[in-house]
Design a protein around this ligand. Sequence first.
Ligand SMILES: [Zn+2]
Length: 269
Amino acid sequence: MVTRADIGVLGGSGFYSLLDDAEEIELSTPYGPPSDVVTIGRIGSRSVAFIPRHGRDHRFPPHRIPYRANLWALRSLGVTQVLAPSAVGSLKAEYGPGAIVVPDQIVDRTSGRPQTYYDVSGAVHVSFADPYCPSGRAAAVATARSTGWGDVVDGGTLVVIEGPRFSSRAESQWFAANGWSIVGMTGYPESVLARELALCYTSLSLVTDHDAGVEAGQGVTHDEVLEFFARNVTRMRTLIAETVQALPTDRTCSCGSALDGIKLPFELP
Ligand SMILES: [Zn+2]
């Protein structure tokens, strides 16, 4: 029986069948329960904890996801590396539906979401200049390319909007004019909370459509996004499984030392 995990996957509910010898664990955290029971199992030789970030029945819209509980739960299980697949809109004409983007930068356009663990006493300022794990990114890009994915983009800026609505055309054009690449709703504060717990965090962003300012038509509809994602679930599942196995077994990145020399107001799990 596996009760701890090295790698965390925060994803959609289509990914349960990834795990062998799966076991479900109900966890509580100081931030409430995570989005759902955590499923722990194996992919190849790696132990993996899986949390569907929207809940199995999709009850949490992006702005209501218990991000702090999810990351805390993963760390309490021993997770050091987090893989975060998600659906995104593209801000660049050349990245069409089906492209995989592994961003290296992020712009936060969310508002009102709890985005730190350190809001009790004392100041804890983590570095967020490079929000993503360089080792995880390299593994994700190399794996997507080696599995013949097709359109794989190494780097780029993910803009995270508050949602649940999509961008207006003007917002979307403004994002694109800044040179930013993709738009999503869940990449923040997930990424910064991972950093605040000294976890490696890698985004695997699947482009489902062009954002409103990039396409000439009516803009994105929810049905289009869901339909596209459903058609790509099997491919994504394979890519996630391969990427999990390609993540380094020894951490040589600096993510694990994000809190070195900082006096924390409480003990981490
Ligand atoms: Zn790392």
